[in-house]
Design a protein around this ligand. Sequence first.
Ligand code: ADP
Ligand code: MG
Length: 238
Amino acid sequence: MASIQLNKIKKSFGPVEVLKGIDIDIKDGEFVAFVGPSGCGKSTLLRTIAGLETITDGELYIGDKLMNDLSPKDRGIAMVFQSYALYPHMNVYKNMAFGLSVSKEDKSTTNDRVMEAARILQLEDYLDRYPRQLSGGQRQRVAIGRAIVRNPQVFLFDEPLSNLDAALRADMRVELARLHGDLKATMIYVTHDQVEAMTLADKIVVLYNGTLQQVGTPLELYHQPANLFVAGFIGSPK
Ligand code: ADP
Ligand code: MG
């Protein structure tokens, strides 16, 4: 089970409190978007879940397991960064296999997992290419493939489409929705793009200045925004 529970999560950098006590419950298999203006703490919250930042106070559970002191690789999580995080000197196959070579999977398991990811992401014809020979959308698919091969329970995406153009972003939104349907994994998706959140997410978490403003379905946020900030951010007429 890959439900995720955040209990009063706080994060400070030195004297500055960036996350001020965040409570969120995410169900197994849910697609959840974290939204809010630049600097509100979205990436910090995601990195805290991934284990890339320590938790200053509060508890993080994945399933029924307390994660606070577990290293990133023991959390069953894969984080997808923007496409420029690919290795330029490795072809598509090697870029995707790299995550597994680190975890010492045997060669045939690695090959099976990479080929399965390539099939899901329609990259089978591109395995020999290098990142510079791919379009932005293909590069982004390779970045997602690197996460898929590790068969994580939880995918964390930090603005994965923000350096793609509008048409490609729209295509990738469709692909992400399909991917979520195929893999049935729990996914958290950070974006400052309300349209992305409204079209992709089962549930949206609105953050402002390190505090939780509202958690709800896209329709709930649209029709019953908890406050003026949420109303303004989601674009409701209220
Ligand atoms: P968002 O992703 O919503 O744009 P971030 O989580 O990146 O916001 O940042 C939230 C706040 O935390 C910002 O004020 C940022 O400057 C601060 N911050 C993030 N990382 C660090 C760090 N490593 N050291 C100090 N301050 C940080
Ligand atoms: Mg960010």
